[in-house]
Design a protein around this ligand. Structure first.
Ligand SMILES: *Cc1c(COP(=O)(O)O)cnc(C)c1O
Length: 381
């Protein structure tokens, strides 16, 4: 069946690379000629360009998104036993670093429309030990930051935004001003893992902050807690973005808005094809945030999503379940309590191929196959 069109991937890093190959190859060859692998000028250059793009005072590059989250919590001086509130429906890294530092992750349920942390449930989870909130801008759309900022102010809590999936997304406050995802809390953390909206060719990450003191502290922690050469004021880590990754990211940053627009166009195509379908619910688009569609995640109802996934696979269309297990059911993060929305989402979501290179032909094939698949599943029941 699928003879004329290019193979469909969840993420098409090969297609994206082909379009910028000459610049990338040249940049990497230059670095090899200079052997400036660590702390080369490209790192500072990318840092400055990303600060400009995000309109944030400080970008501190580091080795990956998980480190970025950890370094934020270290820079804020969170102490063992402190409670940190985060969402139950997320990738594990968010809760992992909290636990790793001896802090206590307090999971709360999410909003059924946006899949993001539910501000009403944050308020209910606050105790005298609560020190910080970590909202995740899941799948490419900002959490309800205005409500979260108000709660944080009332209770004197820090906010660390996990913006690994939402770089480039814009959040609009009720007074009309707009901020980029990751720049609204005391600190923000992102990942440049290859499949993220801004991805490098290996691991990478960054910390964002508008606070000079926190920026200095984070920079120091990234570099073994060193204040000047061989003077170590803090316990730190070794977490750097290498020069090659920075050079790649600097080239790709110029295309980020275009990449995010291409993702949004693909999402629009999907939305139109699945509109008013009795068994599929397209992702909700919040009024206060643009969506950069790190994932295009459908909710299924009245059908077995595993049958859908299998049928798609038989027709050479990959699909993924992000995420199949609520964090509170993971052995390492067991937590009592009721998280009905997370449970429901873990049972019904399915993510379709989403990247900057999807062609109309591929989108037409994917949507037709999804619709045919559901007809087949419904008729066979
Ligand atoms: C990818 C991701 C991370 C971790 O990033 P790494 O660079 O892989 O360490 C953290 N949080 C979320 C929500 C992510 O999607």
């Amino acid at each position: 069946m699928q003879t004329a069109i290019a193979p469909i991937r969840m993420v098409d890093l090969i297609g994206q690379y082909q379009k910028i190959k000459p610049q990338i190859d040249q940049a990497l060859l230059d670095i090899m000629d200079r052997a400036a692998f660590i702390n080369g000028p490209e790192v500072k250059q990318f840092q400055a360009n990303l600060e400009k793009y995000l309109d944030v005072k400080h970008v501190i590059p580091c080795a990956n998104g998980t480190d970025a989250l950890q370094i934020c919590m270290m820079a804020l001086g969170l102490q063992p036993g402190d409670e940190v509130i985060t969402a139950c429906f997320t990738y594990v890294a968010t809760a992992e670093v909290i636990a790793l530092l001896g802090l206590k992750p307090i999971l709360v349920d999410v909003d059924p429309m946006t899949f993001n942390i539910d501000p009403a449930k944050i308020e209910a989870a606050i105790t005298p030990k609560t020190k910080a909130i970590v909202p995740i801008h899941l799948f490419g759309q900002c959490a309800d930051m205005e409500a979260i900022i108000n709660i944080a102010k009332r209770h004197n809590l820090y906010i660390i935004e996990d913006t690994a999936q939402a770089i480039g997304s814009d959040y609009t406050f009720t007074d009309g001003h707009t901020s980029k995802a990751g720049t609204m809390g005391q600190m923000g953390a992102t990942s440049f893992f290859p499949s993220k909206n801004l991805g490098c060719f290996g691991d990478g990450g960054a910390i964002f902050t508008n606070d000079d003191e926190l920026a200095n502290k984070a920079r120091m922690i990234c570099n073994h807690g060193q204040s000047r050469l061989y003077y170590h004021d803090e316990i730190g880590v070794n977490s750097r973005l290498d020069t090659m990754q920075a050079a790649i990211l600097d080239i790709k940053l110029k295309h980020l808005d275009e990449y995010n627009t291409a993702r949004r166009n693909a999402a629009n195509y999907y939305d139109t094809a699945f509109a008013n379908h009795p068994n599929l619910k397209a992702p909700h688009r919040a009024k206060n945030s643009t969506h950069v569609f790190h994932q295009y995640t459908l909710q299924t109802c009245g059908i077995d999503r595993n049958e859908l996934k299998k049928y798609l696979a038989e027709n050479q269309i990959p699909a993924m379940i992000y995420y199949p297990v609520p964090l509170n059911h993971q052995k390492a993060y067991l937590q009592d309590g009721s998280f009905p929305i997370t449970e429901q989402l873990c049972n019904c979501v399915i993510s379709l191929p989403m990247h900057s290179e999807l062609t109309e032909e591929q989108l037409s094939y994917i949507t037709n196959t999804v619709l045919n698949s559901i007809k087949t599943i419904v008729n066979s029941n």
